[in-house]
Write a protein that binds this ligand. Structure first.
Ligand code: HMG
Ligand code: MG
Length: 298
C-alpha cells in the first residue's frame, strides 16, 4: 500500500448535510464546499437534485452550485434520481452526476419510492442523457452489507446491482454500507464478489460508521486493491431512510489512517480539521471525527 494513491470523495455537503436537522443557508453550504476544495479535496459531492418534499435539506442545491467558487481540477457532483433531477443538475452546471440504486428491494421502495428494476429503468434515461451531455455518471449501491428493513443482503444481489449500473455506463460504482453493520470479513466477501463484475478501479467504498467498523472495513477493501473512498468531514450525516444510521466515516480519520499506511491523497489534514471544527460550529453539533476531537499528535 505504501506510496500508492487513494482518491477521496467528500460526502459532507451532501450525505452529511442531507440528514442534519439544522438547516444551513446556501451560502454556508457553499462555504463548506469551498473550504473542502481549498484543503485539496478534488471530488466533492456538493448537493442533491431529489424531491424537496422528500429531502428538504437539499432543496437549495441549485443555489449552492451558484454560490461556490470553482477551483480548477475539482469535480463538483450531485445526486440525480430521475430526469427531472438530471435537468436541474445540468442547469446548475454540475460536473458529474450520480444515480443511486439499492441491493435491497425494501430499501429501494423506502428511499426512492420504486422497485430496483424501475430505478434501473429511470437511470437508463439519466445515463443516456448524461452521455450525450458528456457528463460522467457515478453509481451507488445502498445496503450492500445489510438493510434496515430486510436485514441480510446477499453478495449476489450487490453484484447484480453493480453489473447493471456498469452496463448503464457508470464509470464507477460506490458500494454503500448504509447502516454500518458490515465487519471486515463480510466486507471482504461482498467486495470480492463485486470484483468478479468489474475491476478495483471501478469500485468505491462508501461506509457509514454507525457501529465503528468503517476504518477496519476500509482496510479490507484496500487490501483487495480498491483505491476510492467516500468520507464525510467531521463524520457528518446519516441517511434519512435508515433510522439510527450515523454519518460516513470521518474524512479526517481516513486521512490519518492512510498517512500511517504511507498512502497519498494530496489533502492537507490540518486544514481539513479546521474546516471540520468550523462546520460543527455552524451546525452546533458535536464533531464525530476522533482525529479532529483529539487534535494531531506533535
Ligand atoms: P416520487 O414521489 O415517487 O416521484 O419520488 P414522482 O415522480 O411521482 O414525483 C412526485 C413529486 O416530486 C412531483 O411533484 C415531482 O415534480 C417531484 P408534485 O407534482 O407532487 O409537486 N419530483 C422532483 N422534484 C425535484 N427534483 C426531482 C424530482 N423528482 C420528482 N428530481 C424520488 C421519487 C426519487 C424523486 C423521491 O423518492 C426522492 O426524491 N427521494 C429522495 C431519496 C434521497 O435523496 N435519499 C437520500 C439519498 S440516497 C443515500 O443517502 C444513500 C447513499 O449515500 C449511499 C449509501 O449510503 O448507501 C447514496
Ligand atoms: Mg450514504
Amino acid at each position: 500500500l505504501q506510496g500508492q494513491r487513494v482518491s477521496i470523495v467528500e460526502m459532507g455537503a451532501r450525505d452529511g448535510l442531507q440528514n442534519e436537522t439544522t438547516q444551513l443557508s446556501a451560502n454556508v453550504k457553499a462555504g463548506l464546499v469551498d473550504r473542502l476544495a481549498a484543503s485539496g479535496l478534488q471530488r466533492i459531492e456538493t448537493g442533491s437534485f431529489v424531491s424537496p418534499k422528500w429531502i428538504p435539506q437539499m432543496a437549495d442545491s441549485d443555489q449552492v452550485f451558484a454560490a461556490i467558487t470553482r477551483l480548477p481540477g475539482v469535480r463538483y457532483s450531485a445526486l440525480t434520481p430521475n430526469m427531472q433531477g438530471f435537468e436541474r443538475a445540468m442547469q446548475a452546471g454540475v460536473d458529474e452526476v450520480a444515480v443511486f440504486a439499492a441491493a435491497s428491494e425494501m430499501f429501494s421502495q423506502k428511499n426512492i419510492n420504486c422497485s430496483i428494476q424501475e430505478s434501473i429503468r429511470r437511470f437508463t434515461e439519466v445515463c443516456a442523457a448524461a452521455k450525450s451531455a458528456g457528463i460522467p455518471v457515478r453509481g451507488y449501491v445502498s445496503c450492500a452489507m445489510g438493510c434496515p428493513y430486510q436485514g441480510d443482503v446477499s453478495a449476489e444481489d450487490v453484484a447484480m446491482a453493480v453489473r447493471e449500473l456498469m452496463a448503464l455506463g457508470c464509470y464507477e460504482v460506490s458500494i454503500g454500507d448504509t447502516i454500518g453493520t458490515g465487519t471486515p470479513h463480510h466486507v471482504q466477501s461482498v467486495l470480492s464478489r463485486c470484483l468478479q463484475e468489474t475491476g478495483p478501479a471501478q469500485l468505491a467504498m462508501h461506509f457509514h460508521d454507525t457501529y465503528g467498523q468503517a476504518l477496519a472495513n476500509l482496510t479490507a477493501g484496500l487490501q483487495l486493491g480498491l483505491r476510492t473512498i467516500d468520507a464525510s468531514v467531521a463524520g457528518l450525516g446519516g441517511c434519512p431512510y435508515a433510522q439510527g444510521a450515523s454519518g460516513n466515516v470521518a474524512t479526517e480519520d481516513v486521512l490519518f489512517m492512510l498517512q500511517g499506511l504511507g498512502m497519498e491523497t494530496g489533502i492537507d489534514l490540518p486544514r481539513l480539521i479546521d474546516t471540520s471544527h468550523w462546520i460543527c460550529t455552524q451546525l452546533n453539533r458535536r464533531n464525530q471525527s476522533r482525529v479532529s476531537l483529539a487534535g494531531l499528535p506533535v
